[in-house]
Design a protein around this ligand. Structure first.
Ligand code: HEC
Length: 252
């Protein structure tokens, strides 16, 4: 029934296998290690060197996406320190359901000044990448104080301390200076006058709130910085995309 298995024919080893190529490298650990290091370094330089050359291009190539203002930087620091990213993403994916709900999907260049990125990994709350301009500042003021007041049934926590804690001018300047070290093109003036620029922008938001009968706001409150940041989110990208090609998926 079964044909007996044929024993496999294994080619006989040559009596003296060639070993010269092994002796050449593998026999000499120091030489081998040196050559391997040289080879890996060449690969590394080819990958890394162009990125340094790119730095200058970034500043002109992304003229559409302006760096955050000092007050927005302060707001962003609060966003990070309060852990808002645990519940909110900042990344609209190129799917129809997402673009219908949130707006145009986000392109990589929109994050060029985001250090570190706030893409997030969970959406317990909605995506915030295009929240800028979606609501009046007064809405954010009420929402951050008591999310249930604007969004019945919301599970977002209240942040009452943002209404008593104030931003520190020196901290704002330090954050802006640190971002400049990392390549964000702030001028000397912007770094030196970061606190003044922040308070000025804060005052504009406060007068906005006054017009909506919110009288207790002052320009240096943490919540004002956070509102400045939220109102900025995704606005440059949206404007740049509006003048560019329509996105796949039929979204604007
Ligand atoms: C426990 C999860 C959670 C945390 C933490 C959280 N949020 Fe929310 N957020 C939500 C949920 C849920 C909603 C949707 C209901 C609502 O509007 O409150 C929301 C809504 C929002 C909205 C309105 C978005 C829209 O398009 O309607 C903004 C703005 C917002 N959150 C900002 C923040 C900021 C800023 C922080 C950090 C200070 C934060 N959230 C922290 C869960 C969270």
């Amino acid at each position: 029934m079964n044909t007996p298995m044929q024993p496999e024919t294994v080619p006989a080893l040559p009596a003296n296998p060639p070993t010269w190529h092994r002796r050449l490298l593998e026999g000499r650990a120091a030489v081998f290690a040196t050559l391997a290091t040289v080879a890996i370094s060449i690969g590394g330089i080819v990958e890394i060197a162009p990125m340094f050359a790119l730095q200058d291009d970034l500043r002109t190539a992304h003229a559409d996406i302006a760096p955050y203002t000092p007050l927005e930087v302060a707001g962003r620091d609060i966003y990070v320190s309060e852990g808002c990213y645990n519940c909110h993403s900042q990344m609209i994916r190129p799917f129809r359901a997402e673009t219908l709900r949130y707006g145009p999907w986000t392109r990589a260049e929109e994050y060029v000044w985001d250090r570190p990125f706030q893409l997030g990994s969970r959406r317990i709350g909605p995506d915030l990448q295009r929240v800028g301009g979606k609501y009046p500042s007064a809405w954010h003021w009420e929402h951050m104080k008591d999310p249930r007041s604007t969004s019945p049934g919301s599970i977002m926590p209240s942040y009452p301390w943002l209404y008593t804690q104030r931003i520190d001018g020196d901290d704002v300047r330090a954050s802006v200076a640190a971002l400049r070290t990392l390549g964000t093109p702030y001028t000397d003036d912007e770094v030196a006058n970061a606190p003044q620029l922040a308070y000025k922008q804060g005052a504009a938001i406060v007068s906005d709130l006054r017009a909506m009968q919110i009288k207790t706001a002052t320009g240096d409150l943490e919540v004002i910085a956070l509102i400045a940041y939220l109102q900025r989110l995704g606005t440059d990208g949206r404007a740049a995309l509006a003048s560019a090609e329509p996105a796949p998926g039929g979204a604007p």
